[in-house]
Design a protein around this ligand. Structure first.
Ligand SMILES: [Zn+2]
Length: 499
């Protein structure tokens, strides 16, 4: 009798698990014929789609708050905010109602597929079609001057073709190589449906193509798997298409050893730890009892560094190892010169009220808005003490900001997953409170050519949290949570490279 019961429970568990596996909703992009599968799940007898995965693929995720579990995203110029367990969502700041609530499954928010298709038809894709024969939704791009981007792999090079519906003058195009394994293609006065132009390739020289709109230019950030030996571009007279050819020595028939060597370059082998503030010039936040932020964060940084070195076997580079002043602009420079693969800036929070407590982790805001600058004001404040203040003021001006943050924007997805892993691991400790992942215009996050986060490990303006942060065992606990998050991130990231 008992055994039979166990068996039924086992079957029930199995039945609950099976529907979670390998469900997808498929979308085809009409211009390219390319098809993308979006994670889906079966709930209450219907198909539910991952909003995170959808916006990551076709739109843009602005922020994912893992405290309140809300997702802000944009698609085709419309801004959405969805909330877990809520039947209300925001569309361009206005409340809309859904027949059923948005659900949260692990890290993602899920919405009923039928409902989501209705939203898509209302906004970005009025002509959205459903093809019953192959169970695909078909997204129709509008009338844009740049319609498609495709690749052709040759023996000693790769040709990128940008299909256009008008002929651009040659000097409207600019192609250049960054110092960070990226190639940039910028087309002035171009329009495009960004949602249909993102590409990723499982093998070959090009890993990913990320389209972005920067002022009046359409820019493709082309993430490379390996170094290229040269490139040129021209406008094809007959078609008006923009052709970019890359020369490189890599061939698919290369010996496995070469391929391993190539992959080696992408592994997370160097981690840069940036203990905030330092020196008499910049003590950071000051606790009511005189405890200084700069001392707490240096100690946590050292603890984290030694965990990373001893257990993960990576090289650790510090932007400061002692109580010295390092200007903000120099910190990303140290990281880039050390060929760092991750940048982790460690700070303590403080507030005028003694009430707030908990951790929060930031990634760079994609736009400099008054709000994003205001959030970062406390940590950027030190620039008032630096010699070349103008350098920073220019950096934060809306025009310059977009250009300067482009390098970091490329790593947005990675920075966000790292930040999420950090907050998850902070939260998993006893009695911990995560305030979630947020965005701000921190100067120190602008420069690093690698995934970068700034984590606030607690409020020293809160008595309880201050007392904890003053304890060795608690600082070790914080360092350990950061170490676990980095390990998790590294494993996921490198798994992607190996495939
Ligand atoms: Zn700070």
């Amino acid at each position: 009798m008992l055994n039979e019961k166990k068996y039924i429970v086992f079957l029930l568990l199995l039945a609950m698990l099976i529907p979670l596996r390998a469900q997808v909703a498929s979308f085809r992009i009409n211009a390219s014929g390319e098809s993308r599968n979006i994670f889906a799940s079966r709930l209450y007898g219907a198909k539910w789609m991952s909003l995170n995965h959808f916006f990551n693929t076709f739109g843009e995720i602005r922020s994912l708050d893992t405290h309140e579990w809300s997702l802000s995203a944009s698609l085709g110029g419309v801004e959405y905010v969805f909330y877990a367990n809520s039947a209300f969502y925001l569309r361009n700041g206005e409340w809309r109602h859904l027949p059923s609530t948005v659900e949260r499954l692990s890290y993602g928010l899920y919405i009923s597929e039928a409902e989501f298709v209705r939203i898509l038809r209302e906004d970005a894709y009025p002509d959205l079609l459903y093809s019953e024969s192959d169970d695909h939704y078909i997204l129709m791009p509008g009338d844009f001057s740049v319609r498609d981007i495709s690749l052709r792999e040759m023996k000693n090079g790769t040709v990128i073709r940008i299909r256009t519906s008008k002929t651009f003058p040659r000097d409207y195009c600019r192609v250049w190589q960054g110092n960070n394994s990226y190639l940039y293609i910028s087309i002035y006065d171009a329009s495009a449906d960004l949602n249909t132009l993102a590409r990723s390739y499982p093998s070959g020289v090009i890993r990913e193509i990320i389209p972005v709109m920067a002022k009046e230019s359409l820019q493709f950030n082309v993430k490379l798997r390996m170094r290229i030996d040269g490139m040129e571009y021209f406008i094809e007279p007959e078609s008006g298409d923009i052709i970019v050819s890359l020369r490189h020595a890599y061939q698919k028939s290369a010996t496995p050893l070469d391929e391993d060597g190539m992959k080696q370059r992408w592994l997370i082998d160097t981690i840069v730890i940036d203990p905030g503030h330092g020196g008499s010039k910049s003590p950071g936040a000051v606790a009511p009892d005189g405890t200084l932020e700069k001392d707490i964060v240096l100690d946590v940084s050292r603890r984290l560094g030694s965990l990373l070195e001893s257990r993960l076997g990576v090289r650790v580079v510090y932007t400061r190892e002692k109580d010295v002043f390092v200007p903000l602009w120099q910190r990303p420079k140290i990281a880039n010169e050390a060929a760092g693969k991750l940048f982790v800036s460690i700070h303590c929070n403080s507030s005028e009220s003694s009430r707030p407590y908990g951790t929060e982790t930031f990634i760079l805001a994609p736009k400099s808005t008054e709000e994003s600058i205001a959030i970062a004001a406390r940590e950027n404040k030190v620039i008032e003490l630096e010699d070349d203040r103008e350098r920073y003021e220019k950096l934060l001006s809306p025009e310059q900001y977009i250009l300067s943050t482009m390098a970091q924007g490329i790593y947005m997805k990675e920075s966000e997953s790292l930040a999420q892993a950090v907050e998850m691991n902070f939260k998993n400790r006893n009695g911990a409170r995560s305030r979630g992942v947020k965005q701000a215009s921190f100067i120190v996050l602008i420069g690093p050519a690698m995934p970068a986060i700034l984590t606030e490990i607690g409020f020293i303006s809160n008595y309880n949290e201050l007392n904890k942060l003053k304890k060795d065992s608690y600082r070790q606990e914080i360092a350990h949570a950061l170490y676990l998050a980095i390990t998790e991130f590294k494993e996921n990231y490198e798994r992607e490279i190996r495939n």
